[in-house]
Write a protein that binds this ligand. Structure first.
Ligand code: SF4
Ligand code: FE
Length: 483
């Protein structure tokens, strides 16, 4: 089965036996939990869309291993065109779901490992790359969703892994056995972890020799013994437990993050892709980060939704012809399309790595992500400006339905007489959801900190800029002779 449908994906998740805690209790049924379910539906959309003829070109690709059609989320980029299509796929899915659809982390982990396992083998004579390709074939053949797990809790930020008072603050190897390794630690902020079949672990930063037991990468089924998930909260999450759908804004889709604990977990050798090669930990982090910074094409698609919502509410309020409103909408589009330029540019300027995989241009991917840490906030500010204060003072759906209060709300919250008050309410709730509610996790805070916080990109930009070349250009034009 190389292309699952959303329904088949959901059925496959039911087979898993994940250990998940939320609100202090272990969940007996993850798939049908009302808080988690919208995030499952967002991932399911990455499966369903692959079957829609108009999206096929973006959503599917030809496996370089088998020549078979696979979901692009399991594909290893074979050209710049593949990289560009990945960016376009992210925008499309962001627009279709209005949230984080979670599956990119696995795609980015697979591609980063396809490069780095090859490079480790070249340097150390190991056999990680063929091992990785075997694993990749399994992922492609079964159309799996993988969680790409990089971020360690990190404990005391001033200390490297091996000097931490609590050695588990970075995930590490605690035992080497004949048949595999045992690992302990945790991965924080794991996007889509509960909707994943597999979890692919990578180190969180560059490592030195004393940290070699922390330089480890591997893949495990998400329900492997010893893995425990603790679900993260989102602002307004319990609205999903209320009756009615309107107050949720986006009631179909959402994202989620979880803390994933590895409590002495066994990993067989055939699923280990890095073991103590500390000299390649930094390369793996850099490659994954660059790919994932490109993946923030998703925010352009979510931006499309927010801009569409802002224009709609302006029309409902009959303010759409005011020049300052028109100008704000132009500004939102300008910022959003500037983001699009970045994710297309880093893909178009991609390069072939020795393994054959195409990597994005690292400098441009970092510039793109740096813009993502800022522009969605400004787009959200403008959307709130256009929406007006009613977005946060609106009574509940129950009050609209109540015979005691409904008629008052119908009368006093109507703007354009042709537009039902409920439509005005729905679009305001969507803007609330995207800028203050559950989806604001993905659109705003994740834009800030996901795929690395702003300073991480600034460090990369300063490292990758060719300053000498710029200075030479300036000095030549004003006649400063080279020494
Ligand atoms: Fe994908 Fe965007 Fe979610 Fe990251 S934030 S997993 S890039 S949808
Ligand atoms: Fe992310």
């Amino acid at each position: 089965m190389t292309l699952m449908t959303g329904a088949q994906y959901e059925a496959s998740l039911r087979e898993l036996n994940l250990v998940v805690y939320m609100f202090g209790k272990r969940l007996a049924n993850v798939v049908d939990d009302p808080i988690i379910r919208p995030s499952l539906q967002a991932v399911a959309h990455t499966y369903d869309l692959a079957h829609r003829p108009e999206a096929e070109d973006l959503m599917t690709a030809t496996s370089h291993l088998t020549g078979r059609k696979v979901n692009r989320f399991t594909h290893i980029h074979q050209s710049r065109d593949d990289l560009v299509k990945k960016s376009k796929m992210g925008r499309l899915l962001g627009r279709e779901t209005g949230c984080c659809f979670q599956r990119c982390v696995g795609l980015d982990a697979l591609n980063a490992l396809s490069i780095v396992t090859y490079d480790i083998d070249q340097a150390h004579g190991t056999e990680y790359h063929p091992r990785f390709l075997k694993y990749l074939a399994y992922v492609q053949e079964n159309d799996l969703t993988c969680d790409g797990a990089m971020t360690d809790p990190k404990g005391d930020r001033s200390l490297p892994p091996h000097q931490q008072p609590d050695p588990d603050q970075y995930l590490h190897v605690v035992e080497k056995r004949k048949d595999g390794i045992v690992v302990r630690g945790a991965k924080a902020h794991q996007t889509g972890a509960l909707n994943s079949h597999e979890i692919i672990v990578m180190p969180t930063s560059a490592m030195r020799e004393p940290d070699r037991d922390y330089a480890v990468s591997f893949a495990l089924p998400s329900d492997a013994p010893g893995i425990v998930y603790i679900m993260g909260r989102q602002s307004c999450d319990t609205r999903k437990l209320e009756e009615g759908l309107m107050d949720r804004g986006n009631f179909l889709f959402g994202g989620h993050e979880a803390l994933v604990v590895f409590d002495n977990v066994f990993v067989p050798w055939e699923r280990v892709f890095m073991f103590q090669e500390y000299d390649f930990a930094g390369a793996l982090v850099e490659k994954f980060a660059a790919y994932h910074r490109q993946s923030y094409a998703c925010k352009v698609g979510v931006g499309d939704v927010l801009i569409g919502a802002a224009q709609t509410v302006a029309e409902y309020n009959r303010t759409e012809k005011a020049s300052h409103i028109k100008d704000k909408i132009i500004e939102m589009n300008h910022l959003n399309e500037t983001l699009y330029c970045g994710c297309i540019a880093c893909a178009s300027e991609g390069q072939k790595e020795p393994s054959g995989t195409y990597a994005v241009n690292t400098l441009l991917a970092n510039v793109h992500k740096q813009n993502v840490t800022r522009f969605p906030y400004e787009i959200a500010r403008l959307a709130q400006d256009i929406a007006g204060g009613l977005m946060v003072t609106l009574p509940s759906e129950q009050d609209f339905k109540s015979p005691a209060t409904g008629p008052w709300l119908e009368k006093y919250l109507r703007a354009d007489q042709q537009i039902p008050t409920a439509h005005r309410m729905r679009i305001l709730r969507l803007i609330e959801n995207l800028t203050l509610g559950t989806a604001a996790v993905g659109y705003l805070t994740e834009s800030m900190h996901g795929a690395g916080s702003p300073q991480a990109q600034r460090i990369m930009i300063s490292r990758l800029i060719n300053m000498k070349e710029k200075q030479k250009a300036a000095q030549k034009l004003c006649g400063i002779e080279e020494e």
